[in-house]
Design a protein. Sequence first.
Length: 297
Amino acid sequence: MSSVDNSQELIAASKRYEDVTLSAEYVKSRIRYPASVFETVMAYVEESLGQPPRYPLAVDVGCGPGLMSTVFLAPYFDKVLGVDISESQIEQANLNNGYVNIEYKVSKAESLPVKDKSVTLVQVAATLHWLDHEKFYKECDRVLVPGGVIAAFSYTLNIHFDHPMAAEIAEVFLEMKTKLTSADNPYCEKREKLTLQKYTDESVQIPYRDSKRIDNEYIKVSTTVAGFLKFYRSVSLVRLYINSCPENMEWWNTCCQRFMEACGTADLETPLTYRIEAFLLLGRKPKIPASDDCEYN
């Protein structure tokens, strides 16, 4: 299996959300996945392992502050373990933790602090592109019970605005996105592009025969103009670019002003609703090991 292999990039990725202030802002600005995403994941688990009152253990990899993905697993499992490489993100997760069956730990995705064949579900929300895919999938195969599930999902920057001036807003946003995802932005690295390509690259595919992808899921977000701009700025390729020099920050401020004008408002607290495209990769570990079901068996 091919994989992105750049040690310097891996180091940079591990530090992208390490700042304490940034982690606190991340809690406020990042969008939450809808319940339908987790219902889809759990339906896939149920197909494989039946429906007990609760499953024993799930691991949420790249959990961040926990509020975007980890907490949704609490009703389905006796225990949920959220792991993230960022100490400041785990600090936020522990501050926000209101569940007795959720625990958070600092850990690499490629070396999970759980026993062999102990995990029902490994969930990876908006994180797969940062990982060493070959090592990560080997680790999933180690920790998953037979029939256990890997669920990896994220969202694109394809955004549809529900607004009377949607065409004008989309035009400004497209200009912003085009620049930020072009060769002009050194922070739009190969790993970031895996998300822009909706995890279609061969290197990120779940290596189980019993696997599938789901597209055309949409997350509806009701926020404000300020809320949208804060969310977009929280995306690492955006934040790092605009903070890299005064000229880029000036460009960003100009874009924000144009975006507000396209929305027909001078008030950042004006309501704004948009839909963002999500996608999922799902795969099951074979219940009976077979050499041609998974390259790690």
